[in-house]
Design a protein around this ligand. Structure first.
Ligand code: HEM
Length: 120
């Protein structure tokens, strides 16, 4: 899909050995930083118990996500409920197919099987 860049370099700037000329449109893919192997041990591993988890999924600075506390609470409740109630959940395809989106990374679908549902 055609996307409109949100940011423009105001001056020549060097990033990791590459000069981005002033006036260049740039996309800041902050989610990529969550997989920086210089910052995280096993960056591609899903580890909900990871410590020192200073990721950028909710952005940073003055425009950091306003709804992050709500999103965290909703996710904790939803995942905890799901895993408490589903018996033996398993991924059908591991890894699942990923959507083609340069900015928002995630599965296009996440099919699972399970053997039953426990009472709430
Ligand atoms: C897992 C869920 C969510 C993720 C991953 C997420 C991620 C983000 C990110 C990365 C930004 C920064 C965008 C930027 O720098 O331009 C942002 C901004 C924002 N988010 Fe979220 N968000 C989530 C849920 C929510 C919810 C539930 C709400 C509201 C109830 C919300 C409200 C906002 C608002 C208002 C901003 C703009 C803040 C500003 O510009 O000052 N988000 N979000």
């Amino acid at each position: 899909a055609q996307v409109t860049p949100k940011y423009v370099a105001l001056a020549d700037v060097e990033v990791a050995g590459t000069t981005i000329p002033a006036g260049s449109p740039v996309w800041i893919a902050w989610a990529a930083a969550n997989r920086d192997e210089r910052h995280f041990e096993d960056p591609d591993e899903f580890n909900p118990h990871r410590s020192g988890n200073d990721h950028l999924s909710f952005g940073a600075g003055i425009h950091a996500c306003f709804g992050a506390p709500l999103a965290r609470l909703e996710t904790q409740i939803a995942l905890a409920t799901l895993f408490r109630r589903l018996v033996n959940p398993k991924l059908v395809t591991d890894p699942p197919p990923y959507r083609k989106n340069a900015l928002l990374r995630g599965p296009s679908e996440l099919r699972i099987t399970f053997d039953g549902v426990r009472r709430a």
